[in-house]
Design a binder for this molecule. Structure first.
Ligand SMILES: Cc1ncc(COP(=O)(O)O)c(C=O)c1O
Length: 383
């Protein structure tokens, strides 16, 4: 770089995405002709349902290819508000909804809209690393609260002080697949209401639940004023590449988020928003995908449980498992490197999800055939 010309100081705060880094290592080997089994990716390996594709095609053919209102097209915002009222028990209408290009963008806006320099944000871990990075970018301070397969209510209470502004939760969880139960959600809601702290609830894996129920914290009476609910189309409808998500927030926050979008992305792609309306149609076939994920979860858990290196905590949701691999004598980074170099299996180290050095994340969003092949390779190595 030219002398005295530097990146903005805020760039010193953020790290590269660990999940995307793991994926790019795998792609490098694939380019050399090595058949890498990718158990790193956080995206369904299913095609987007055809009714959704057709509706986007139709929208494009009909010339629906221009800017839309920044908050999103009215019909989609109404359809989302309907869904959130009917399925999630949220007291919202279209004015609370902002449609975004992916739910990650919604999370980015929410944190930018709420967090000032020095504000503290509580994040139960293991957690998706982008939360931590975006909070740092906003100048906030992350307070990670270890919550391994159980929400650490006491830890959260102890971490609260007069700078605490926000708690970020994610159920079902990436990377563990853990689904929070009603008691945990209620206890957290009480803390947030008593201490007047916002809650950002990332519900992107909501439909991928195999046992138990999904509870939106925003449905607890009194929470509507302080809850921001994020969801999207990537996981439920296998639409990762379409980039479509949304946030439901109290009106003053929704309007701040809308301003951020006006001055950055402008809007989500117009024909993609039309496809979003179609996706929310109850006839969209999502059940077969969910049933297949359950079958794969059962298989991978029971196959790896038999191997001495893996301590499995069978999760109720999402499409990840987060085994403890410490009995191998390796830490999470060493273990992932070993799997990639020796067996051409790509996974994600637990270290990036809040310092879980004893765990790795395995995504079973891959075919049964590939999962079986991966297990075979590991069995051969362990002997
Ligand atoms: C917990 C969590 N939230 C949000 C996202 C982002 O999803 P989207 O594709 O809607 O931006 C992901 C994607 O991996 C995720 O795991």
């Amino acid at each position: 770089m030219v002398e005295n010309l530097r990146l903005a100081r805020r760039m010193l705060q953020i790290k590269e995405s660990g999940t995307l880094k793991a994926m790019s290592k795998a792609k490098e080997l694939q380019a050399k002709g090595i058949k890498v089994i990718q158990l790193d990716v956080g995206e369904p390996d299913f095609p987007t349902p055809i009714n959704i594709i057709k509706s986007a095609e139709k929208a494009m053919e009909n010339g629906f290819t221009h800017y839309t209102p920044s908050a999103g097209i009215l019909e989609l915002r109404e359809a989302i508000a309907n869904k959130l009222r009917g399925e999630n028990g949220l007291n919202v209408n279209k004015d609370n909804i902002i449609v975004t290009p992916g739910s990650k963008q919604a999370i980015f806006y929410a944190i930018m809209a709420l967090i000032d320099e020095g504000d503290e944000v509580i994040i139960p871990t293991p957690a998706w690393p982008s939360y931590m990075e975006i909070v740092s970018l906003a100048g906030g301070r992350v307070r990670e609260i270890p919550s391994y397969f159980k929400l650490n209510i006491e830890g959260i209470k102890e971490a609260i002080n007069d700078r605490t502004k926000l708690i970020i939760i994610n159920s079902p969880n990436n990377p563990t697949g853990y689904v929070m139960n009603r008691n945990e959600i209620k206890a957290l809601a009480e803390i947030a209401m008593d201490s007047k702290i916002f809650v950002l609830s990332d519900e992107i894996y909501e439909k991928l639940i195999y046992e138990g129920e999904h509870i939106s914290i925003g449905s607890i009476p009194g929470m509507e004023e302080i809850t921001l609910t994020v969801n999207g189309f990537s996981k439920t409808y296998a639409m990762t590449g379409w980039r479509l998500g949304y946030i439901a927030a109290p009106k003053p926050i929704a309007s701040a988020i809308n301003k951020l979008q006006q001055h950055s992305a402008s809007c989500a792609a117009s024909f993609v928003q039309m496809a979003g309306i179609e996706a929310l149609n109850p006839n969209t076939p999502v059940k077969p995908m969910i049933e297949e994920f359950k079958r794969r979860r059962d298989y991978i858990c029971s196959a790896l449980e038999k191997l001495s290196w893996f301590k499995i905590h069978k999760p109720n949701g999402a499409f990840y498992i987060f085994p403890d691999i410490s009995s191998s004598g390796m830490n999470s980074d060493e273990f992932c490197d070993m799997l990639l170099e020796k067996l051409a299996i790509s996974t994600t180290p637990g270290s990036i999800f809040g310092g879980y050095n004893k765990n790795i994340r395995i995504s079973y969003a891959n075919s049964m055939e590939n999962l079986k092949e991966a297990v075979l390779r590991i069995e051969k190595l362990i002997g």
